[in-house]
Write a protein of this length. Sequence first.
Length: 507
Amino acid sequence: MTAITQSAITEHIAVPAPPPFTAARQRQVAAALKAVLPARSVLFAEEDTRPYECDGLAAYRQLPMAVVLPESEAQVIAAINVCRELGVRIVPRGAGTGLSGGAMPIADGVVLSTAKLNRIVGMDPYSRTAVVQPGVRNLAISEAAAVHRLYYAPDPSSQIACSIGGNVAENSGGVHCLKYGLTVHNVLRVRMVTIDGEVVELGSAALDAPGLDLLAVFIGSEGMLGVVTEVTVRLIPKPQSARVIMASFDDVVKSGDAVANVIAAGIIPAGLEMMDKTSSRMVEPFVKAGYDIDAEAILLCESDGTDEEVQEEIARMSAVLSASGATAMAVSTSEAERLRFWSGRKNAFPAAGRISPDYYCMDGTIPRKHLARVLLGIAQMEIKYGLRCANVFHAGDGNLHPLILFDANLADEFHRAELFGAEILELCVAVGGTITGEHGVGIEKINSMCVQFAPLEREAFFTVKRAFDTAFLLNPDKAIPALHRCAEYGRMHVQRGALKFPDLPRF
């Protein structure tokens, strides 16, 4: 392979700067967009664009030059063509529930919202598929499929509001992703528009598609490769029965070991979630789920299938959990109780507002065997940064969601929260994990990409980006850090390959 120097990489990814943002420039762009879109679909007054200044990562905000809300694929193409011809950068946006700043606007750019593309185009119960536009809510797919006793498996905590287009952009998961997979495992086909205004279909409704698997490349690309206009998703039969075990532990190490023991026993639960004492005590008064607030950690382990399968699996999991040190166990006896057990986990984020003015939700993934080690590391960081952290996560696949609690009104607390979060991600990488599981990189974790990937690896990502978007107009400056950014971050933080936590116990 030909050697690539840093200077060559820098030259390779250099992109001409767009014209500076001015009031005249804004009027020019707005007029050009109104010439091809209905006036109601083009927003440029500050009071109209203010709601789009951030996504779910509200700590970072920026007003866009304009917002467009196309109502058809043809209008998406028209808006993209205008932006390309004028050299305007585009930030695609779904429902805005993302937690990594992937949909944060650019001051001299346009936000392209797919919220009005919200039709379920078709549903085929025989092939167990649904064709939907990107603005369709995640939960709405399952609600529409329920008449056929089918549902869409990926279920993010925000599923009542998040859209399927955003799920595709971030490769979203959910509490049932351990058994049923992430978005990438449940999407068969994506129809999207490139920066050149070309409509491209990736994947197929068949079992396989010819050529390279570009669908897997596109899912999780955070709006950097194209704008989604239609998605074909896989539906699965609703299980005959489902029950949840709520197991209490008097030690987080034991709970982490219990997770590994369940999987080692050859059991793949429908869901396997962990919450520490801080998160249980935070959630219980909010939803009254019946959680053991004296336990150091609780596990929620769900089994689904036929009545016989569920009964057998619940018995096997109960035996493993008991042998792993569970101090108490409760098994749901009705569907209402099962949903109540899950309600606490799914409402952990909003419940944080009961005990803290602000929270910073991280997202990293680690090998399951290191769950206890990382939890102990986070506990040490709480002392180091003087901030509390509530841990809720998809324990079965090692996807952590630490909620760092802080008060933005107090000087330096958000800065400490950022440093806390970055150190958690560095620890994830140090134990062989990754800096994100389902929230994406966006702007939040772009510096942490410098920890995870070497320059040549990041150059490979830029090469893919350039293949789809030569002018770098689609969601630029997100997800992939430039060399100069990593050089600056390295001077401040990164010690690549060095274990920063040698004093922690090894498991």
